[in-house]
Design a protein around this ligand. Structure first.
Ligand code: ACM
Length: 503
């Protein structure tokens, strides 16, 4: 029997019969003395049932047969168990309870009276501690409501990291009190002339809190030393003059896009022309101020400082920059994250590299990825030709790019993180992240087209044991999730190779 759960849980035992959730079912909470963690899971479950049925179940403290029992266990892990018999029990840590509720939400069948759940036992925990999605809010600014929508979608698939790509050539998106022009001037546009915008510190705290309530840690990124044209719109003294490269010039001509002009907002898609002035102490004072404010604003352990596609920066300068910037992040009490190119340098101890090469790495890419392990760190796997959510499914797909690959659902599903870089196995892999860049994405509706259903495939790569993953099983399970996604108002693409259940 295949149960409609994505990502696939560690252990499933099916039992005979069903458990009925009706208007008289109560949700009974046991908070293990304090914390209210079971209360939070209970309200998530109340909302999930209401979303599909209109029933708002009562939350109670005393259990009776036929109720759903949420038991909080104090632990710093993500495990949960689910036992559905005469009574339904979910037991877990705070995160575990949240994931148990997501599983129940997927598992139900809607009836005239409420929900039916199959009797069963699940014991579940993730393969990787870092299960991320990234959102590029720099190329296209997405407001707080859209980011919350993205968190809802990702957390329902048990992703637990939200990497926000807050800055790029096309815009700067986070308030920095000591450098007000970054948002006054550097945030006014998005690519192709779409509206700009930025998050105030209050907005950012709201996003962090909303994510935390869904067990997602925000990973803010300031991309450096390249992808920094927008800094120059605000503070020209910090950046070099644009350095054109052949790819950028050719792409601008083909797409009829403007070339970058120093000090003016950049609306095109080309990369590699910008750099901060690596040797100027004015730059380092600027970076110190920016990263100090961002570190203060960020409760999570990570600060991502980019490092990709610094094409105009000589290698020695790049390496010196990488060493100093990762050391600065450590000084601020955070774990540096960087794109894998930064592995050309001796980065600060513990730095996490994010691998975005292909599933067949070049020798350089492989060496750079391995370097993070030599420097006492680890690697997050985001191979661009299987995990980039902004790439098209097929050549005719109306949204997305295709420079890395066409990534259909099976391609997003059938890859194995631990066999990509020779010598980089699970002991060195922190986890998996699925990035979504926004050159072609103007709204949450378009974002959904790229996200669903591929994010479900990537969630399973990140959560489920390698040996439990099976494409034919996934096809069946993901197709059964359509009514849950419909009920939540999440659109998305429904590729024909999957049989989608009707709501
Ligand atoms: C990247 O795709 N430039 C990290």
């Amino acid at each position: 029997m295949v149960f409609p759960i994505v990502p696939q849980p560690s252990v499933i035992r099916s039992g005979p019969g069903t458990f009925e959730v009706t208007a008289s079912t109560r949700i009974v909470v046991d908070n293990d003395g304090d914390a209210g963690e079971a209360d939070a899971a209970a309200s998530a479950l109340v909302d999930a049932v209401a979303q599909r049925t209109g029933l708002r179940l009562q939350v109670a403290k005393e259990a009776a047969d036929g109720d759903i029992f949420l038991h909080h266990r104090r632990a710093d892990d993500e495990r949960y168990t689910l036992e559905i018999g005469d009574t339904a029990h979910v037991e877990g840590s705070a995160a575990g309870l949240f994931y148990g509720v997501q599983t129940v939400r997927q598992l139900h069948t809607a009836t005239e009276y409420g929900w039916t759940l199959p009797r069963m036992i699940i014991i579940d925990e993730p393969r990787y501690a870092y299960r991320g999605v990234m959102l590029d809010v720099a190329r296209t600014f997405l407001d707080v409501a859209a980011v919350k929508g993205y968190i809802d979608r990702a957390s329902s698939l048990k992703f637990n990291r939200l990497h926000l790509h807050l800055t790029d050539d096309q815009g700067w998106r986070i308030q920095i009190d000591s450098r007000p022009l970054l948002t006054e001037l550097g945030a006014t546009t998005s690519t192709l002339g779409r509206p700009g915008g930025f998050y105030t510190k209050e907005d950012f705290r709201e996003i962090v809190a909303y994510a935390a309530a869904r067990h997602m840690v925000v990973v803010p990124e300031i991309d450096l030393p390249g992808h920094t044209h927008a800094i120059g719109v605000a503070y020209p003294e910090i950046v070099e003059a644009p350095v054109m490269n052949d790819v950028l010039v050719e792409q601008a001509r083909e797409l009829d896009q403007p070339l970058p002009v120093a000090g003016e907002p950049y609306l095109g898609w080309g990369v590699g022309h910008s750099s901060v002035r690596i040797h100027d102490e004015v730059t380092w004072a600027f970076l110190g101020d920016v990263l100090t404010e961002l570190a203060e604003l960020t409760p999570g352990p990570y600060l991502h400082v980019g490092g990709d596609e610094a094409l105009g920066t000589p290698p020695d300068d790049f390496n010196a920059f990488a060493e100093r910037i990762t050391a600065l992040v450590v000084e601020l009490g955070k774990t540096p994250m960087v794109w894998h190119e930064t592995g050309s340098a001796v980065v600060a101890n513990g730095t996490i590299g994010q691998y975005w090469g292909g599933i067949v790495p070049t020798d350089d890419q492989a060496a750079q990825a391995l370097r993070f392990v030599e420097c006492g760190g680890s690697v997050v796997m985001s191979p661009s030709d299987v995990s980039y959510l902004d790439q098209k499914y097929d050549a005719d797909f109306p949204v997305g790019l295709d420079w890395a690959a066409l990534i259909d659902l099976e391609t997003a599903y059938t890859w194995e993180p631990s066999t990509i870089v020779p010598g980089l196995g699970d002991d060195a892999i922190a986890g998996v992240e699925a990035p979504l860049w926004t050159e072609t994405v103007a709204s949450l509706v378009e974002l959904d087209q790229l996200f669903f259903p591929r994010a479900a495939a990537l969630a399973e790569v990140a959560w489920s044991a390698a040996g439990s993953r099976d494409w034919e099983s996934f096809r069946e399970r993901v197709g059964a999730l359509a009514p849950v996604w419909d009920a939540a108002g999440w659109g998305g693409y429904r590729p024909a190779e999957i049989t989608w259940s009707r709501s």
